[in-house]
Design a binder for this molecule. Structure first.
Ligand code: IVH
Length: 690
């Protein structure tokens, strides 16, 4: 099945009715097919946002042409069909869905409708998280959990009682206190993000199919015929409403009911609050959106429910959704787009990286036009061909990625990607790395312009030689025009040379020359890092500089001697050795030195890290420090023998937390790692600063 057209279907008078009928039939068929894949098979074929788009299109047409409405339209139903594995359960009260608001304007319209219907100036709402899991209904009779069911088609679901009993957080019976004789609680079963990653790692190890997201993993784990498998999967439950309570009155508001459920030992998420009107709703939405990435589970928006049940009853229901509640969804983080081509980029160390050129798509708040595909293996795993429709995801500040291709939308003229045998920039043959995955250009920085340019960029970058004002475009020009051939030529270029470049004013040229002059006086660690030796990052450069003290000592060290240094293993040692064994590199370093680059050497240093005050400690810096930049703080730590890492892990010994420290601080607290404030840090590193 191919989609007939992309983009919004124009509902206009010009479309003749036959076309419209065809479109409606097609939309219904598609929506049914996708609802089945999502709800029944736990294996969606398209992103939620795409489903919502089709759904809204059908809804709009039906609103406008009521003659086309049929009672079993997907717009009137909830969820998919039932899987025959489980016994059907008829819900005492239907499990409905929610109307969506996708913009502030739609939230405003919702509040206006509520206020008008209730004859008040603004609504009072219980604002809650919209959990991205699967809905279940739990029935307690006389305090005992007797039945649990999935939503199914909204009227009848599947009996998953045994599986629900296997979820640790759900109480099999209520505490010994007055409780309703019948209590039906509705809520969401979720898998936390960390557990999802762990489960998929295990599935991969065992050669089993991976789940596409935590929601499908939760659904797949709950709907196991063998509840012992469910028990092994870490599932959570959050209650969000009471559908039925007999024999004992519950509080008169939604917010207090949540508190009451919590009092009964039923898990309720604490992140809910009572808000008033549009400003209250938008405030909650923005707060939650800012926290979203840090939450341990996935949410796809927030829900506002009129808080007083009396008012809810007045408002009542539309066919499939309550009038008194709305789901305010986040901008979709996944969207469909087309792969226009797959380009190959050559990195600093010559690695060839395929990058997908995409039809521009707005996703996760930005327009995305390309996404790295990392390597050939990745392309094969995700089955991405040129011409394919793919699912693109962009969450938070994370770079956009292609999740998978939609195989059923592959056009006839799609082509698979083939890794070139020659470097697309310099034409040198490529060779596969020992890991069997990466492919590298054999031209080296001397022959390959791509490597030369990125090597230059790295050399002048802030953490390396820190030459201000020398951007990517200037470097392109310098190399393409043949003005320079390597980094040492930068220091030989005179005023005329700089001024010969396009769009280069005399003042900028002078600034660059001054910046180059300043960079001549550097440190051994910076210089070593600037050389761009494979596997020698900032931290390793510091370690090597501290240990050996001079460049000559490093260049002369054998692989075995290099391996004596803490954190230097055989791979790094071999790479350092290979660098110095290449005469091109030795000549380049000599040229740089004769170009005036100097640093302080510590002859005969060979200092083992163990004698330095911060040896063996691994620091993570987070938040903003008042008295210095993060780079300065890192340099202090490294100078004193400590290591600096970007991620908090079990190996981290100290976390330095500045202003507005975020998730790293929380993780450190969870792991019980020592946390230093700015003043603690200054005190710790003080004696090194004279
Ligand atoms: S209330 C009568 N509250 O969203 C409507 N639903 O699109 C009852 N959901 O089927 C739903 N978080 O699976 C409600 N805090 C929340 C929710 C929530 C997630 C799900 C639920 C529902 C779907 C509607």
């Amino acid at each position: 099945m191919r989609y007939r057209r992309k983009g919004k279907f124009p509902v206009s008078q010009t479309i003749c009715e036959r076309n419209l009928r065809g479109r409606v039939a097609w939309l219904r068929k598609e929506l049914n097919r996708h609802a089945h894949a999502y709800h029944t098979l736990d294996a969606p074929l398209i992103p939620d946002a795409e489903y919502d788009r089709l759904f809204r299109e059908l809804q709009r047409i039906e609103e406008r042409y009521p003659a086309l409405l049929v009672s079993d339209s997907p717009t009137h139903r909830v969820g998919g069909g039932l899987l025959s594995r489980f016994e059907p359960v008829r819900h005492a009260i239907p499990m409905r869905s929610l109307q969506n608001a996708l913009s502030p304007a739609e939230v405003e319209a919702f509040d206006r409708r509520i206020a008008e219907s209730l004859a008040v100036s603004e609504g009072v709402y219980s604002a809650e998280l919209k959990f991205d899991g699967l809905a279940v209904s739990l029935r307690y009779e006389d305090g005992n959990l007797i039945r649990a069911a999935t939503r199914g088609d909204g009227l009848a679901g599947e009996d998953v009682t045994a599986n629900i009993r296997a979820i640790r957080g759900i109480p099999p019976y209520l505490p010994d206190m007055p409780v309703p004789s019948v209590l039906e609680v509705r809520g969401e079963v979720l898998m936390f993000k960390a557990d999802f990653v762990r489960l998929n790692e295990q599935q991969r190890r065992e050669g089993l199919k991976e789940f596409s997201n935590p929601r499908n993993a939760a659904a797949g784990s709950l709907r196991q015929k063998d509840a012992r498998i469910t028990a092994k999967r870490a599932l959570h439950f959050f209650a969000y409403s009471v559908a039925l309570a007999e024999g004992l009155a519950l509080p008169p508001t939604q917010s207090d009911t949540l508190g009451c459920l919590k009092g009964l030992g039923i898990p309720v998420c604490d992140r809910h609050r009572v808000v008033r009107g549009v400003s209250g709703m938008m405030g909650f939405f923005q707060d939650v959106q800012a926290e979203r990435e840090q939450l341990p589970y996935e949410i796809d928006g927030v829900v506002y429910k009129v808080d007083a049940f009396q008012e809810q009853d007045k408002l009542g229901f539309l066919s499939r959704v309550p009038r008194f509640a709305v789901a305010h969804k986040f901008a979709p983080q996944e969207a469909l787009t087309k792969v226009l081509g797959i380009d190959v980029q050559v990195g600093r160390t010559g690695v060839l990286t395929p990058v997908a050129r995409l039809q521009a798509i707005f996703v996760g708040g930005v327009t995305v036009t390309n996404a790295t595909l990392h390597n050939e293996d990745e392309i094969r795993r995700k089955d991405v061909w040129i011409g394919d429709t793919v699912i693109v995801r962009r969450a938070g500040d994370v770079i956009p990625e292609i999740l998978a291709s939609v195989s059923e939308r592959r056009p006839k003229d799609a082509r698979p990607f083939v890794m070139p045998q020659e470097c697309p920039v310099c034409g040198a043959p490529v060779a596969r790395e020992e890991d069997g995955i990466a492919v590298r250009c054999s031209g080296g920085w001397m022959r390959c312009a791509a490597q030369k340019k990125s090597g230059l960029q790295h050399f002048v970058s802030r953490k390396a030689m820190d030459v201000e004002g020398l951007g990517e475009q200037l470097i392109e020009q310098l190399v393409d025009k043949g003005v320079i051939n390597n980094v040492s030529d930068l220091y030989r270029l005179d005023m005329d040379g700089w001024c010969s470049l396009a769009r280069m004013a005399e003042k900028s040229a002078r600034n660059i020359m001054e910046a180059l002059q300043r960079s001549r006086q550097t440190t051994l660690a910076r210089f070593l890092y600037a050389l761009g030796i494979r596997h020698v990052g900032e931290s390793t450069a510091h370690t090597l500089a501290d240990y050996f003290g001079t460049l000559t000592a490093i260049a002369g060290a054998t692989a075995a001697q290099l391996c004596e240094v803490t954190d230097v293993g055989p791979v790094v040692a071999a790479s350092v050795r290979a660098f110095w064994d290449n005469p091109d590199n030795v000549r380049l370093v000599e040229a740089l030195k004769s170009g005036g680059i100097t640093w302080e050497e510590r002859a005969g240093a060979r200092q083992d890290d163990a004698v330095l005050p911060l040896s063996g400690r691994v620091f993570v810096l987070t938040g903003t420090l008042e008295s210095m930049t993060r780079e300065d703080a890192a340099e202090r730590i490294q100078r004193m023998g400590g290591r600096v890492s970007g991620v908090v892990s079990a190996r981290t010994t100290d976390v330095v937390a500045g202003q507005n420290a975020g998730s790293k601080l929380r993780k450190a607290e969870q792991l019980g790692i020592a946390i230093l404030g700015e003043s603690d840090f200054l005190q710790l590193t003080h004696h090194d600063q004279n």
